[in-house]
Design a protein around this ligand. Structure first.
Ligand code: PEP
Ligand code: MG
Length: 838
């Protein structure tokens, strides 16, 4: 004996009914809200999830009571109602209850053509989706004889006539939808969208609103904002005499349109009524909704309402507009925008509506998209820019000698590297779309071709698109959307600032970076990497002279030439930042990075310095290191060639006096990189104090400065207590700290990172998302030891993690004072921090 499911538990959607999203699904809940708002929703009953589950398990539903509930003219649709609208669900089945009797009634009320079309449509969808017959046999459109043919085909395939009992039809439809939800493909699809393995489905049975008949009749959807821009605009569709796409006869524009008739013109009352429902939904459901409706002889029925699908830029605009109109509080507007989505607004973006053809994928290192012609060298990039042709710099990896090429390019693509490799860091600073670690591609610099994994090849000068937001390289020129730094964006950022309880600074090396930081209201500069200031042609040569100096005197002469350049740099930064804190990191990278690597470069250098080629090669060789990341870097250079830091300190202090004289007072922050012992700090501090004293006397001016230390070696984190005794602030350089904690080269990790993440060795790329368990423990230990030694020590993070929402949550929970990230990541960081504060 087959068990009968107790469907007596169905609930009619009335204003007072007990309807819960967890028990009846979101659509049931949403429809009940519409009913409470007095919208004309056709009679609807909801089956709870446990009944649907039982039906799926093979228990026969007893649908007679439901059929009886709807009365003699039983004609309904069945809609799915999962707990979350994102999880999909089987498609709606219309016209359940259609049989010979109903057909005859409709012939009399609506004419034979409409009656045939409705019956045919039901037979077709029942045959295909419920009886699972071959769709090819049931594809024909309405026409003379089509209904009879479909009924005959059904009978010959199933050996029984098309079922006439409405309760039986309903039972079969419920069963097929309940089973479809349990199918493997449906399960996998919804799990990919975040549904739990045991996600359940509710089902709704709704009286049909026909959308056919005399006068204005039809069905459609209407929404009141543009899905791409978020601007107020009525869009949607209306099809006369229809229940949806397949029966469409004539399509009307919704609003007045020179191209043809519109609902607004033909049925102004209907149009105004729908508009009114949109306004009610917006005000009372506190959301922009798309409504699905039918019109029968001028009478409107609202059969469903959905949250408007929206792009990132539309999400911002809609949330801000709702808050500005007093529909939702500002805090809620902030929470409704996903922080990461903001970065899409700051850059050009591939139009999500356009077709895309990716041929390779890499690490999405810097967001935004750009179209340009392929170039393989920095020189070619500059030549291309000079011709006014946008270009994409494609390199195996980049180094300081590529900086000018990167400036000239509209995007960068590298075969190697990870999230903190040179190309990634510089591109993020420049706001340039960038993909690194794209091991899918192979670059042949000699042949000047780029080969894709599928054998495609692209020569220099060919057009490609780099989508740094998702790491895809596309062939040809993709359709683009412009950045959207509009009022909505600015308003949202301003609101975020008022609730944000951790500082957000920017990593900025150039005046452009600083201006971007100001534009996004950063709370100052948290890291100015001074070595990036020496890559311009005129400075590079002087820098090289300094490195090549044989005697302290020669070195002094070169440094004296660099001093005014650095002073001018700092004055500009202080002026732009107008009294906001500016943290300047003393020179960090290995010296050999400033030297040429190939023979041609060495010959040029020999010429510029007036030395022999053999001497230049010998010196370059002598300066090269096996592991430069752990070699003569940062404070080690400061201790061995102290004149460099002396010069930089002097430039900072002279600029401080100069900028303070004409603008807001400046208290510069001077930061020492790559420290591993307190004594290093003591030695450097003594010299910097001496420079400060000398500048005060020479310039007859008073100024204060703050000295800080980058904590980016594990030992510095462990010894943070004694280091803090000499430092006003400790800033965690989590790029190097991650590299050294894992013993993993930040420039090479990209090559095998995906294998590690795919096998769950690492949950995420630790250069991208802070490893809270390992590196995080060093951060907590360093912060608490630093604070124990010096209560008021300022603690921050200035590695790339500073712009990553999950990492910001960690820093905020640990009570850090600020995070600092690339200027273009400031808005994302700000909004993420605001979310955590709310
Ligand atoms: C760091 O190491 O985290 C850092 C900010 O410095 P850089 O990336 O310049 O080494
Ligand atoms: Mg570092």
């Amino acid at each position: 004996m087959q068990k009968i499911a107790d469907v007596s538990e169905f609930v009619e959607l009335t204003p007072a009914a007990e309807v819960k999203a967890a028990r009846h699904g979101w659509r049931a809940k949403c429809l009940q809200r519409l009913i409470r708002l007095d919208l004309p929703v056709p009679a609807t009953v909801a089956l709870p999830v446990e009944t649907v589950r039982a039906i799926a398990m093979g228990v026969m539903p007893d649908t007679a009571r439901i059929a009886a509930h709807f009365g003699p003219d039983f004609l309904v649709s069945v809609r799915s109602s999962p707990e979350n609208p994102e999880w999909g669900g089987p498609g709606t089945v219309l016209n359940v209850g259609m049989n010979d009797v109903m057909h005859q009634k409709l012939v009399e009320s609506h004419g034979p053509e409409a009656a045939d079309a409705l019956y045919l449509r039901f037979v077709q969808s029942y045959a295909i989706h419920v009886a699972r017959l071959d769709p090819d046999m049931f594809h024909g459109g309405p026409g003379p004889g089509a209904l009879a043919a479909a009924l005959a085909a059904f009978e010959s395939e199933t050996d029984e006539p098309f079922p006439q009992a409405p309760a039986r039809q309903l039972a079969e439809v419920l069963r097929s939808m309940a089973r479809a939800w349990e199918g493997t493909t449906a399960r996998l699809l919804r799990q990919a969208k975040g549904a739990p393995p045991d996600a359940v489905l509710g089902l709704l049975v709704q009286r049909m609103a026909l959308g056919i008949g005399p006068g204005i009749s039809g069905s459609g959807t209407m929404q009141f904002v543009d899905s791409v821009t978020g601007a107020p605009r009525i869009t949607g569709r209306f099809r006369g005499q229809s229940q949806g796409r397949r029966m469409a006869q004539d399509t009307l524009f919704l609003t007045r349109d020179p191209r043809g008739p519109s609902l607004e013109e033909l049925a102004p009352d209907v149009f105004a009524e729908l508009r009114g429902y949109g306004a009610v939904c917006r005000a009372r459901l506190r959301e922009e909704m798309q409504i699905e409706f039918t019109v029968e002889g001028g009478r409107v029925a609202v059969i469903d309402a959905l949250r408007v699908v929206r792009s990132s830029r539309a999400a911002v605009k809609i949330a801000v507009a709702l808050a500005e109109d007093g529909v939702i509080p500002r805090e809620e507007a902030l929470l409704r925008v996903e922080p990461r989505a903001l970065s899409e607004l700051l850059h050009y973006q591939v139009d999500p509506r356009a077709p895309r053809e990716p041929f390779a994928r890499g690490i999405a290192a810097s967001p935004g998209a750009a179209v340009g012609r392929i170039v393989f060298t920095a020189t070619a990039a500059q030549a291309s820019a000079a011709r006014g042709e946008p270009c994409i710099l494609v390199r195996r990896e980049t180094g300081p000698e590529d900086i000018r090429g990167m400036h000239a390019a509209v995007a960068v693509l590298t075969e190697r590297g990870g999230m903190t490799s040179h190309a990634a860091v510089i591109a993020r600073g420049l706001g340039l779309p960038c993909i690194v670690g794209c091991s899918d591609i192979h670059i042949s610099g000699r042949e000047k071709v780029l080969r894709g994994p599928g054998g495609q090849s692209f020569s220099e000068g060919e057009l490609i698109t780099v989508d740094g937001t998702n790491g895809e390289v596309l062939s040809g020129a993709a359709e683009m959307l412009e950045p959207a730094l509009d009022d909505g964006f600015r308003t949202l950022l301003r609101w975020a600032e008022t609730v944000c309880d951790i500082g957000i600074r920017a990593n900025a090396d150039t005046p452009d970076d600083a201006r971007t930081a100001r534009m996004f209201d950063a709370d100052g500069i948290g890291l100015c990497r001074t070595e990036h200031m020496f890559f311009d042609e005129d400075r590079l040569t002087v820098m090289r002279e300094m490195i090549f100096a044989d005697t302290p005197n020669d070195r002094r002469i070169a440094l004296e030439r660099l001093l005014p350049m650095q002073r001018a740099d700092f004055i500009t930064l202080f002026d732009i930042m107008a009294g906001q804190p500016v943290c300047i990191r003393l020179f960090d990278p290995p010296l050999h990075e400033f030297l040429p690597h190939d023979r041609e470069g060495m010959r040029e250098l020999a010429e510029a310095l007036g030395r022999s080629l053999s001497e230049v090669s010998r010196r370059v060789e002598a300066l090269s290191e096996f592991n430069p990341m752990l070699g003569m870097r940062g404070v080690r250079l400061g201790l061995t060639v102290p004149e460099i830091y002396d010069m930089q300190a002097r430039a900072i202090f002279e600029a401080t006096v100069e900028a303070s004289r004409r603008g807001a007072p400046v208290v510069p922050e001077v930061m020492i990189p790559l420290v591993s012992a307190a004594r290093e700090v003591e030695i450097v501090k003594t010299r910097i104090d001496a420079v400060a004293a000398a500048v005060r006397t020479e310039m007859k001016a008073e100024f204060a400065y703050r000295l800080g230390v980058m904590v980016e070696t594990p030992r510095a984190a462990l010894r943070a207590g004694e280091i803090a005794e000499h430092a006003h602030f400790l800033s965690f350089g989590t790029n190097d700290l991650t590299q050294m904690t894992y013993g993993l080269s930040r420039d090479d990790a990209g090559r095998f990172m995906s294998a590690y993440v795919n096998q769950h060795v690492y949950a995420e790329d630790p250069f991208h998302i802070l490893d809270v368990e390992g590196v995080g423990e060093l951060l907590l230990m360093g912060a608490s030891r630093g604070r124990a030694a010096r209560k008021d020590v300022t603690i921050s993070v200035c590695g790339e993690h500073g712009g990553n929402p999950e990492s910001i949550a960690f820093c905020r929970a640990a009570g850090f004072d600020y995070v600092s990230c690339s200027p273009f990541r400031v808005p994302v960081a700000r909004l993420a921090a605001a979310h955590f504060a709310l």
